[in-house]
Write a protein of this length. Structure first.
Length: 368
């Protein structure tokens, strides 16, 4: 039997291969490897796609979060509210920016940052950092209302093209960060990221800091480091961005098919979409109430490339013991970490592949 991968990067590459090859040839012929014209073109195109005035390319998504936070010039050591069930990069970026992560729990239905939990820590924080998880936005209107004068920074790494109440991800907060890691909906052929904002001052600060704090050669206006979007990655991203709306529609169709195939299946619950969200299904994460790890092993034995995203919440990671949160601190995030099971989903997945995934999952659950 042919294995079904969690994400099929070869299938996506096949759709852009000729355009990317031609773009690479042009870059190689010009020698414009750093800050080439494709970088500026992609930034303009991605800003328009995101509904903002500015997009600044970065070397990766972690740098993008750090640069977005640094641009705000928050006091050293200030608290930043983050969900406990995010990828560690979100919290790493907070620490690297000289700030203090303040984890909070998530809601039990959508596993998105819970505004009630945020409200409880407001006296401790100077900024909010909601994470748009699995392809849908966090509840932005309630968070913005809670924030008052505090800046809201979106971690939009998992939802390129998603919208809430018609408004694109990356356009809600004062500033936002995204990742173009290869497996993302909009993925490069290596590491890459971007910051988006409507604030010209913040955009200028991010661009300076990502280029050694320099707007003019050998003149360094502020502390910075090297985090520029590579020209070759910009070529890839431009080609893929043109196809992203169609690819996201294909993901929505696949998610709807899974919902039908898994309806009524005992022992598993399918994901929910927050009202107002236009989901782009970066990940299709179901919840298995009992025996998740054994079910995962059965699926992999059957050739199904299922996975688990974030099996250990950030506050329980050894690197972040210093935050002072033990087991039981964030019960929803902790319980869901033992239940989440990510099924294969990518734009080119076929109905036959999804049927096989559903049948293998049903068999694995029956064996428990």
């Amino acid at each position: 039997m042919t294995d079904i991968p969690l994400v099929d990067l070869h299938a996506s590459h096949a759709e852009v291969a000729e355009e990317v090859r031609a773009g690479f040839d042009a870059v190689l012929a010009s020698g414009a490897y750093i800050k080439g014209p494709d970088v500026a073109a992609f930034e303009t195109e991605y800003a328009a796609f995101s509904g903002v005035r500015h997009a600044i390319g970065t070397a990766n998504g972690t740098d993008a979060v750090e640069l977005a936070l640094r641009a705000l010039d928050l006091p050293a050591g200030a608290g930043v509210a983050v969900p406990a069930n995010t990828f560690v990069a979100t919290v790493e970026a907070v620490v690297r920016a000289g700030l203090r992560p303040v984890p909070v729990d998530v809601d039990d239905t959508h596993l998105l940052i819970d505004p009630r939990a945020v409200e409880a820590v407001l006296p401790q924080v100077a900024a909010l950092l909601p994470v748009h998880l699995n392809g849908q936005l966090a509840p932005m209107a309630p968070l913005l209302a809670l924030a008052g004068g505090r800046p809201v920074v979106e971690d939009a790494a998992q939802c390129q093209g998603a919208r809430q109440d018609g408004r694109p991800a990356g356009s809600w907060g004062r500033i936002a960060a995204t990742s173009f890691y290869p497996g993302k909906n909009l993925g490069a052929y290596g590491d890459a990221g971007a910051v988006t904002t409507d604030d010209e001052r913040l955009a200028t600060a991010v661009r300076l800091m990502g280029d050694h704090g320099s707007g003019r050669k050998y003149v360094h206006e502020r502390f910075g480091f090297n985090s520029r979007l590579d020209t070759l990655q910009a070529v890839v991203l431009r080609a893929k961005l043109r196809r992203l709306p169609a690819w996201n529609e294909a993901r929505r169709a696949a998610a709807a098919r899974y919902a039908e195939l898994l309806a009524g299946l005992d022992g598993v619950s399918t994901p929910h979409t927050l009202p107002g969200n236009e989901h782009v299904w970066h990940l299709y994460a179901v919840r298995v109430a009992r025996g998740r790890d054994a079910v995962l092993a059965d699926l992999r034995a059957a050739g199904i490339g299922a996975g688990v995203h974030y099996p250990v919440p950030v506050h329980l990671q050894p690197a972040f013991r210093g935050l002072g949160h033990g087991e039981g601190s964030f019960p929803v995030a902790e319980r869901s970490a033992t239940e989440i099971l990510t099924l294969p989903l990518f734009p080119q997945i076929t109905e036959d592949q999804q049927v096989r995934v559903a049948e293998a999952l049903a068999k694995a659950l029956k064996n428990r």
